[in-house]
Design a protein around this ligand. Structure first.
Ligand code: MLT
Length: 261
């Protein structure tokens, strides 16, 4: 039996699991949130394109309330994959949807963005109170692995945002990519407590790493996006490994910002 004080790694695959985090003591836990298709891919892209920060909001109402107190912010987000419109808010059209391709430097540089999505921002909210909350996607796996290797959290929880109330293939795959990079630190049973969930995610990634783009077609959300001509081009960007050298943390003031790895 390994001692409890060893570093631990675990993956939560479904919203039912991450919703249970509310009210738990996460003060010694580092949470890494994945919504590969597309919320965290988009948040990271926005920061890469020069956005000053992102304020994730769990609901449309919360986003509108944040906009009232922060009128300088852009409003972004989706429901059923599409940009939120005046019909859903009682009169306000959102400035942006949830497509990483929309978040160009000319639109987002030096701006703060309030963002609400169906699953991704809900997963970020569920981690409130954690020692550290980091945003992850395929784009920043290498940068995150470097940061976590330097900091070696004693409790590392990888959270898959999922699709609606279900597990999602692409988030499990993304979590697996990070577990794979961290395996020398967390995969040795003498040096760490590795939950089977982490080994499952790693094994999934190892099976699909040579065809990440094709594997989007195995995901319910991937198939939905691929069927929409205006959203299909998001997929190659979201499934592209190690494109961005950045680490983003949700600070205690509720703003996600780039930190120096
Ligand atoms: C989400 O947060 O649920 C997703 O990012 C939905 C989407 O693909 O727009």
């Amino acid at each position: 039996m390994t001692p409890l004080s060893l570093p631990q790694i675990r993956v939560l695959f479904t919203p039912a699991e991450f919703l249970q985090l509310h009210g738990q003591d996460l003060s010694c836990t580092t949470c890494v949130v994945f919504d590969v298709l597309r919320a965290t891919s988009t948040l990271l892209e926005a920061l890469y394109q020069g956005a000053k920060g992102i304020r994730p909001a769990g609901t449309i109402e919360e986003a509108l309330a944040l906009k009232q107190s922060n009128p300088h912010c852009l409003l972004a987000g989706e429901r059923e994959g599409l940009r939120i419109t005046a019909a859903q808010t009682g009169g306000i059209d959102f400035d942006l949807g949830n497509s990483p391709l929309e978040f160009t430097a000319s639109v987002v540089a030096d701006r703060e963005i309030i963002m609400t999505t169906t699953n991704g921002t809900r997963a970020l909210s569920a981690c409130r109170g954690a020692a550290e909350i980091l945003a992850a996607s395929f784009s920043n796996i290498g940068a995150l692995a470097g940061y976590l290797t330097l900091n070696l959290p004693s409790k590392l929880l990888l959270i898959c945002s999922g699709t609606l109330e279900n597990a999602s293939f692409e988030d499990a795959l993304g979590a697996g990519a990070l577990v794979d990079r961290l395996w020398p630190l967390y995969g040795n049973p003498v040096k760490a407590r590795t939950d089977d969930s982490a080994a499952i995610a790693r094994s999934l990634f190892q099976n699909h790493q040579s065809s990440l783009l094709d594997s989007a077609g195995l995901a319910r959300n991937g198939r939905r996006l691929l069927a929409l001509p205006q959203l299909a081009p998001d997929i190659p960007l979201c499934m592209d490994l190690d494109r961005l050298n950045l680490v983003a943390r949700l600070d205690s003031d509720g703003v996600l910002r780039v930190i120096d790895p």
